[in-house]
Write a protein that binds this ligand. Structure first.
Ligand code: F6P
Length: 318
């Protein structure tokens, strides 16, 4: 391998820059010329590809987001669109690509791999929704941002004796909500695994009101229900004043935590190693101080995760 390209794709995630830096510096130190692709697959199709040097990735470890931009490109499922992307790479003598993104990005990567490009994926998404027991780059920072926000909401909510309903991201995955619930001591968790029963929520909030609670915290995963409606309905049914907060995109914009910088750096280098060893169609992930690989095909399959007792513990101590 003489040259390789790096792309960040899908939702940005804190730690993507650490990953980019590791691939670029690792490549240069192994005699490989690194190129970056701006704005995800969209930029790949438009030919926004630039050869970079060591200084390009200086001073970026502590920066959130991705300095090379990202995008979502639904048209990447079309063969002609991907052919254009591949011909843009081939024109520069590039046959190897590192894709930093989530499962949508990996579906595109599988297609490119099937078309003869060497591709390795790195899981970078705040959602932690990748089919492996590992941990996705950005999850830790986003979780810490959520915890910081909820701690602040709790302060004002307790002053007013209110029920706070906080919606967090995660797409179809409840990990951000579950971990935030554990970290902030939520009274009620609503995520894709728990579902919800409005009557039970009303019963619980009434009980907490009766106990003289100054504050009730409900953490909700996005895409399940309308939190504004839920707040109105809880207030109406229980008499406990309620407010909803949708944390939204601020969850993605944090300064990467040490964990995300370290994981991003390690996985960036390991992805490069795989490509140097002529391995393609795989994703690298980090678990218990080890780096593992899985085929991209396995990664995009339904996520079947063993939550051990996390839900039970959350319910008992919440
Ligand atoms: O995948 C990351 C994520 O932040 C999800 O949690 C969320 O559902 C989605 O991206 C939001 O996407 P967009 O920024 O395109 O609105």
């Amino acid at each position: 391998m003489k040259r390789l390209a790096i792309i960040t794709s899908g939702g940005d995630a804190p730690g993507m820059n650490a990953c980019l830096r590791a691939v670029v510096r690792g490549a240069l130190n192994n005699g490989v010329e690194p190129f970056v692709v701006y704005d995800g697959y969209k930029g790949l199709v438009e030919g926004k590809i630039l050869q970079v040097h060591r200084r390009f990735v200086s001073e970026i470890l502590n920066r959130g987001g991705t300095i090379i931009g990202t995008a979502r490109l639904p048209e990447f499922t079309e063969l002609e669109v991907r052919e254009k992307a591949i011909s843009n790479l081939k024109a520069l003598g590039i046959n190897d690509l590192v894709v930093i993104g989530g499962d949508g990005s990996f579906r595109g990567a599988i297609d490119l791999d099937n078309m003869g490009l060497n591709v390795v994926g790195i899981c970078g998404t705040i959602d932690n929704d990748i089919n492996c027991s590992g941990y996705t780059i950005g999850f830790d920072t986003a979780l810490n941002t959520i915890v910081d926000c909820i701690d602040k909401i709790r302060v004002t909510s307790s002053s007013h004796t209110r029920c706070s309903i906080v919606e967090v991201m995660g797409r179809h995955c409840g990990d951000l909500a579950l971990y935030a619930s554990l970290a902030c001591g939520a009274d009620i968790l609503i995520d894709p695994n728990t579902g919800y029963d409005f009557d039970k929520i009303v019963e619980d909030v009434k009980r907490m009101k009766h106990e003289g609670r100054k504050h009730v915290l409900i953490v909700v995963s996005e895409r399940i229900l309308d939190v504004e409606e839920l707040a109105k309905n809880i207030e109406k049914a229980t008499g406990f004043e309620s407010r909803a907060t949708v944390l939204g995109h601020l969850q993605r914009g944090g300064i990467p935590s040490a964990m995300d910088r370290v994981t991003g750096s390690i996985l960036g280098y390991k992805a490069l190693e795989l490509l140097m060893n002529k391995e393609s169609g795989k994703m690298v992930y980090f678990l218990d101080n080890h780096v593992y690989t899985k085929t991209l095909e396995e990664v995009v399959e339904h996520r079947d995760i063993d939550y051990l007792d996390l839900y039970k513990i959350n319910e008992i101590i919440g």
